[in-house]
Write a protein that binds this ligand. Structure first.
Ligand SMILES: *Cc1c(COP(=O)(O)O)cnc(C)c1O
Length: 391
């Protein structure tokens, strides 16, 4: 039988950089020790006291049964305490918070809450691909807001046409930003909330990198803006903050009507986060910030070593104040990020991500991740430096 797949599956974008995967495979087969600076997944382990709490939770029989989709009330309370302590924001634990099986789960499901067929999601380009795909799965239409270096990689909301604004139901924002490493201040969030209220659009802010920050920078939550909860929800995650990508714990907070809708969608699709992992999350959130600061010191040192070498290669960049990434502009004369990345693999065995994989406005840039163990990173940087001297 020739199985015919649904168009939403057929429409999934093909893997753009098949050629780069081929190159990696070829280099490996030649015995080259290929080092990837492409992946945004913390290499450092989850702190031990957080793991201990999971181990303890595993032994409790009440955790062996179905969890509730909306999470343990104790976890929602811990999330409320975190927002109070970290952002001085008061959230109602019963109506303004829902834990997620990683924030990606909620990001992917939110469009099902807000979009009818043909409704618009405003997504930034370059951007995290899940916003776009979630919209497509819900039968919505993506309208891309270009991000430019000269605007600090913030979207210019005044450029959104009246027609797009009319059809839009969601505006996606993500600061500190993946892939650009850009940050936004409260003034930007205030303007975005004003625009969203005027146009009756829900803002979905993705704060995955809230606590991966350097040099004393403190990233704001959009919820810090007066009136934010009338129009906005925010996704947050333990993944990058506590090196917990493997445990799958995130959250959505903010507008109670949207949180309720997301909870109802989830009740019909999943049965929540395993409870022992919820207990582990409570331990993480109630923790002093020591482990966060220690991780950020490591990332800061990696960032600085990386920036120095990228500059030797003739790439230009703004030193990021947050996120796990350095976003760098190709040397003059280079226009294709995929070609440039391909050449680096070819010549050095080092993998970077072509900016074009995050959208057409990411072309001309590459993204380097800071989540490679120090010895591997230093070896990669040594090879890149050698390449810079040879070219
Ligand atoms: C890593 C990441 C996430 C989410 O991660 P989860 O592990 O699903 O919580 C969300 N948004 C961005 C932009 C990310 O880079």
């Amino acid at each position: 039988m020739d199985i015919k797949l649904a168009s939403r599956v057929e429409q999934l974008p093909p893997y753009l950089f098949a050629r780069i995967s081929e190159l990696i495979a070829q280099k490996r087969s030649e015995g080259v020790d290929v080092i990837s600076l492409g992946i945004g997944d913390p290499d450092l382990p989850t702190p031990q006291h957080i793991l201990d709490s999971l181990i303890e939770g595993v032994g409790k029989p009440e955790h062996h049964r179905y969890p509730e989709s909306d999470g343990l009330p104790e976890l929602r309370a811990a999330i409320a305490r975190w927002y109070k302590k970290r952002h001085d924001v008061d959230l109602d634990r019963d109506t303004e918070i829902v834990p997620l099986i990683g924030s990606k789960e909620g990001i992917g499901h939110l469009p099902l809450c807000l979009l009818d067929t043909g409704d618009v999601s405003l997504i930034t380009d370059p951007g995290y691909p899940v916003y776009e795909i979630g919209t497509m799965f819900a039968g919505g239409v993506n309208v891309r807001l270009p991000l430019y270096e000269q605007n600090g990689w913030l979207p210019d909301l005044s450029q959104i046409s009246a027609e797009d604004a009319n059809r839009a139901k969601i505006l996606w924002l993500n600061y500190p930003n993946n892939p650009t490493g850009a940050v936004a201040d409260l003034g930007f969030f205030e303007r975005a909330i004003e625009w969203a209220s005027e146009n009756e659009v829900v803002i979905a802010h993705d704060l995955a990198y809230a606590d991966v920050t350097f040099d004393g920078y403190v990233a704001p939550s959009i919820m810090e803006v007066q009136g934010a909860r009338d129009v906005a929800i925010e996704f947050n995650s333990l993944s990058k903050t506590f090196n917990m990508t493997g445990w799958r714990v995130g959250m959505a907070v903010g507008n109670s009507k949207v949180i309720d809708a997301l909870t109802r969608i989830k009740t019909n699709l999943d049965s929540g986060i395993p409870q022992a992992i919820q207990e582990m999350a409570i331990t993480a959130l109630d923790d002093p910030r020591d482990s966060i600061e220690a991780h950020n010191d490591i990332y800061t040192s990696r960032r600085d070593r990386t920036v120095a070498v990228l500059r030797e290669l003739g790439l230009t960049l703004d030193v990021p104040a947050a996120s796990l990434y350095v976003w760098a502009k190709l040397p003059s004369g280079e226009s294709s990020s995929a070609d440039y990345a391909g050449r680096l693999i070819e010549e050095t065995g080092v993998v970077v991500t072509p900016g074009a994989s995050y959208g057409e406005f990411g072309e001309g840039y590459i993204r380097i991740s800071l989540t490679t163990p120090d010895d591997k990173l230093d070896e990669a940087l040594r090879r890149l430096r050698e390449f810079a001297m040879g070219s």
